[in-house]
Design a protein around this ligand. Sequence first.
Ligand SMILES: Cc1cc2nc3c(=O)[nH]c(=O)nc-3n(C[C@H](O)[C@H](O)[C@H](O)COP(=O)(O)OP(=O)(O)OC[C@H]3O[C@@H](n4cnc5c(N)ncnc54)[C@H](O)[C@@H]3O)c2cc1C
Length: 383
Amino acid sequence: MVTTSHDTSVHPVYVIGGGPGGLAAAAALRTRGVRAVVLEKSDAVGASWRGHYDRLRLHTTRRLSALPGLPMPRSFGRWVARADVVRYLEKYAEVHELELVTGVEVDRIERADDGTWLLHATGGRRLTGRAVVVATGYNHTPRLPDWPGLEGFTGELLHASAYRNPAPYASKDVLVVGAGNTGAELAADLAEGGAARVRLAIRTVPHIVRRSTAGWPAQRTGILVRRLPVRLVDAAGRLLARVAVPDLTAHGLPRPDTGLYSRVREGAIPVQDVGLIDAIRAGRVEPVAAVESFDGAEVVLADGTRLTPDTVVAATGYRRGLEPLVGHLGVLDDRGRPRTPGPVSPPNAPGLYFTGFTNPISGMLRELARDAERIARRIASGR
Ligand SMILES: Cc1cc2nc3c(=O)[nH]c(=O)nc-3n(C[C@H](O)[C@H](O)[C@H](O)COP(=O)(O)OP(=O)(O)OC[C@H]3O[C@@H](n4cnc5c(N)ncnc54)[C@H](O)[C@@H]3O)c2cc1C
């Protein structure tokens, strides 16, 4: 049904996505007296956290990861477990009495002539909103590189998003591809969980940082240095790494030759060590060159080496997947990211907001929480 009215404020604000970003935005709007309806395609809030691998914990601290209006309980500990994140999100929606509609996927958003927003959703639904907050997630669609020969690979291949725990890979030879936070942790998990051999294919040597040093969390450093000049932070990072992180060159992982913060600005946040350093030192995870192609049962690496793993786990990231939703509105950059993330609407799309589409060194949950307040303020003030 299409609702039309000249007074656009009679329409709710639609928030697309019931993850932390969407829930925070809806709560911040409700606190300001603005009706917000969260549309979530799965059957419950926190879908991405329900699907993450079992041993995952937040690498940002409990206190710096809470959303507006509800602290995380102390009983969750400093590094909150995945299942507790899900519990927290459920509680969050309940405490803030959020209007949540599950099982509804929004396919496309269009701007109507009267300045409202028309949402096309599951089952032919047409919903009209005074504003829209897109919170569909930075990690939306699993991404597999276009490796030559992949379709003929005779081993097992899965994307990291399908990995839960090491049990199915006990006694297997596993190649993890990609040394971001996920690849690094899955390699350690497999090594600790009984895989016969674990190799980690690395294209760009990652910066590795300790989750905390003498009780001081890496996230707090990230917050402090965020606005400092890149070269200064790069130099400090290099110095700190020499003190805090052992040299793994002899084990096949040299120190990175680019600066830590330069890499962050390119979109690669440092890897927080939750077992990788020890596993590499003990030879339980072997760093190898990047994957170039597949050839039958073999994986061909950039240095010409050929491996025959039983299983390849591709920790090769995600796409934002925003094109079908808003690509036609001219609001995305050439990498498919919103040109104006956070509390700023694109000039050609007033009332359309994006949250959760940056990957800040200060912690994404913290930034989602801050953006929620800013976006809500904007919408409530009618700007
Ligand atoms: C493995 C992993 C660990 C992380 N650890 C941390 C951490 O320790 N600290 C930190 O600060 N950040 C962390 N992050 C980053 C970030 O905080 C999380 O990804 C967080 O879940 C992002 O919240 P979000 O709401 O933006 O997206 P998501 O949690 O992905 O939620 C998006 C929601 O939108 C729904 N949806 C998608 N498309 C549609 C549609 N078209 N219509 C309706 N619904 C839709 C999805 O089902 C999903 O529920 C981590 C990310 C990953 C992948």
